[in-house]
Design a protein around this ligand. Sequence first.
Ligand SMILES: Nc1nc2c(c(=O)[nH]1)N[C@H]1C(S)=C(S)[C@@H](COP(=O)(O)OP(=O)(O)OC[C@H]3O[C@@H](n4cnc5c(=O)[nH]c(N)nc54)[C@H](O)[C@@H]3O)O[C@H]1N2
Ligand SMILES: Nc1nc2c(c(=O)[nH]1)N[C@H]1C(S)=C(S)[C@@H](COP(=O)(O)OP(=O)(O)OC[C@H]3O[C@@H](n4cnc5c(=O)[nH]c(N)nc54)[C@H](O)[C@@H]3O)O[C@H]1N2
Ligand code: SF4
Ligand SMILES: [Mo]
Length: 675
Amino acid sequence: MLSLHKTICPLDCPDSCGLIAVVEDGRVTELRGDREHPVTRGVICRKMRRYPERLYGPERVLHPQLRVGKKGEGLFRRISWEEAYDVIAKRFGEIIDRHGSEAILPYAYAGNMGMANRFAGFPFFHRLGASRLDQTICSAAASAGWGLQCGDIPGCPPENAAQAELIVAWGINIKVSNCHFWPHVAAARRNGGRLLVIDPYRNDTARSADHHVAVLPGGDPALALGVLKVLVDEGLVDQDTLKRETEGFAAMAEVLADLQWSQLERESGVSRQAISELAALLAAAPRTFVRIGIGLSRHSRGGMAVRLIAALAGALGLFDGGPGRGVLLSSGAFPGGRDRLSWPSLAARPTRLINMIHLGHALTTLDPPLKGLFVFNANPASANPDGSAVRRGLCRDDLFTVVHEQVMSATARYADLLLPATTFLENLDLYTAYGHFYMGVARPVIPPLGEAKSNFQLFAELAARMGFDDPPFRHSCEERIVDFLRNLGGLPPGIDLGRVLAGELVHSTRSHGDGRVLRESGGGGFSFVASGGAGPSVPCLTPAGEAADPDLLARYPLRLIAPPHPDLLNSTFGERYAGRCGEVFVHPDDARRWQVAEGEQVELVNHRGRASRVVRISDATRPGVLVAEGIYWPTEQSPGINDLTSQKAADLGGGATFHETLVAFAGRDALAAIG
Ligand SMILES: Nc1nc2c(c(=O)[nH]1)N[C@H]1C(S)=C(S)[C@@H](COP(=O)(O)OP(=O)(O)OC[C@H]3O[C@@H](n4cnc5c(=O)[nH]c(N)nc54)[C@H](O)[C@@H]3O)O[C@H]1N2
Ligand SMILES: Nc1nc2c(c(=O)[nH]1)N[C@H]1C(S)=C(S)[C@@H](COP(=O)(O)OP(=O)(O)OC[C@H]3O[C@@H](n4cnc5c(=O)[nH]c(N)nc54)[C@H](O)[C@@H]3O)O[C@H]1N2
Ligand code: SF4
Ligand SMILES: [Mo]
């Protein structure tokens, strides 16, 4: 018996594709793109086409298990769900009695983007009085930067880019991490449009672009300021119009007037000449669409980078819409409603807030200490910065760790109690998107495998076991979704929720067909002056982070960025490349200086740790900048790339600084590298 089922990709990817699952005799045998989905249009990435291998793969966790080996060894014995709930209730009870409820921390991110399941644990932990998790690891700095300059303006719909004469991919690898934006690039180019990529290395997207500006990692604030300075100094923007139609332009112009070109060139890594050419290109293309990535925000001044790109777009009038004009960071298509998923009102009092990128610190040095950790929807042992600190924490004998997982991830191996999670094919959920303006509900395609339970079911049952009976704990998953929808912005008035639950796609009302975007709270034009928030009110050049530390630079003179790999989704799908440590792109000049050879396995090292990679000598990167794509699973030689990255927070929102790491090649003479 063969049947076809519509569903939606749950992965942390801006595209939220519509999928067709082919089921034969009760097994999912194929996943394809849904031709009727207006964004997916029948095409999906190669990662997801192979998802059935993961669904039925040997790494899949199918039963509750208790640890029998050492932490990290991954040895467990099977138990029942009843026993598992008893263990949690007993251990959490003991921790709360001895240390208080704040000694427990939930740790979760977006392994599953389904709204009901992604947030399913939080009502439980609020009610328990646990420490709260600040979910910063991905987009916090970028969102905070956008929020400071743009308030609640959503991004411009991506479809508008198809009419652009210039598309700017700024710190985003469209072909890898937002591949359904590419058809708009292709459409624009058919009409003579051009693609400009601003990225430290010639990534897959830059290879197919018309122009590539190889900015230094963290150099975007200086680059954007330089472009703004040229636009103003050379009269390429009309200052009278800006003074009339925007707010605070005079203050912005003062900042620009004070800037020195030598500093802008040094900090951006781009010559004055190239900055002027970039300004001329933008000024000559009224139909410009700027697609801002999150990658450029993973730096000490990542929030400022987004603020300044927004300011540049504001100066070019791109927020006013019109064919081919726009700015898109995150769609923001359906705002609000989160409290109806995580229920902070269930907390008796505000508990301490722990920034998730500081998990290493939190597990090793926090006082009063954490004694219980509950991980779901996340793989911090691989994906968190400063991996050795995270592992040191996870190894603590006095830490009780529960991990709810689909596969035997690096984190799962450290669990005291390991619980099996369903995949999106086995549970109900609602999926919005951060790269487009549609959302939809997907029903289970097959029953749960083994004894797997969805996040929603797990926490509903655990709440019942702990005697919590507040109204949210009595919701079915469908009721949680309906309650969320009733409190969500961007929905068409009079929408029929029954049809949404039956799978009808919904397009947000927060955009006009012409690309104009709406401020939810009304208000005038773009404001260069930020209201409230941390940092200077007018965007400007703020200090760089690790990359500007002279002491560290002397010891670790190479800058490492660690962006996504096309075949991995963060650490997800790593099981396919077991034993592989990934590659590092090294510029030919650096290969000569450090005497590393093509294909050689090297160890990168810094004051936090070590990671192995295979050398690829390539002029796709600039001298002094190394690029290591992908979070591969740990190998015998190397626990992973994040042993090198830092727990330091970005300038805004507490975001992560994954692309701001200084390293050297282990065992090579650093002195030989000087000069
Ligand atoms: N295949 C694949 N797709 C993915 C993911 C994946 O792991 N694999 N991850 C998903 C997730 S969780 C997210 S958040 C998104 C992220 O997707 P993006 O928003 O695209 O962000 P990143 O991929 O981190 O980085 C994008 C680009 O920014 C560049 N970059 C790094 N530092 C700088 C800088 O200082 N300035 C500039 N201009 N560019 C810089 C990197 O080299 C990279 O090419 O992708 C999602 N999609
Ligand atoms: N070096 C470096 N590190 C990075 C980044 C980078 O660019 N470079 N990017 C960062 C970014 S943007 C992000 S978003 C983070 C992502 O970090 P994580 O959210 O930790 O992402 P993944 O590594 O994909 O791990 C998600 C895990 O959730 C599990 N999972 C999926 N669905 C479910 C479910 O329904 N229930 C449960 N219980 N589990 C489920 C998956 O099996 C997977 O192991 O990584 C960050 N780490
Ligand atoms: S990972 Fe992204 S591109 Fe691939 S199927 Fe999922 S949503 Fe589509
Ligand atoms: Mo992310």
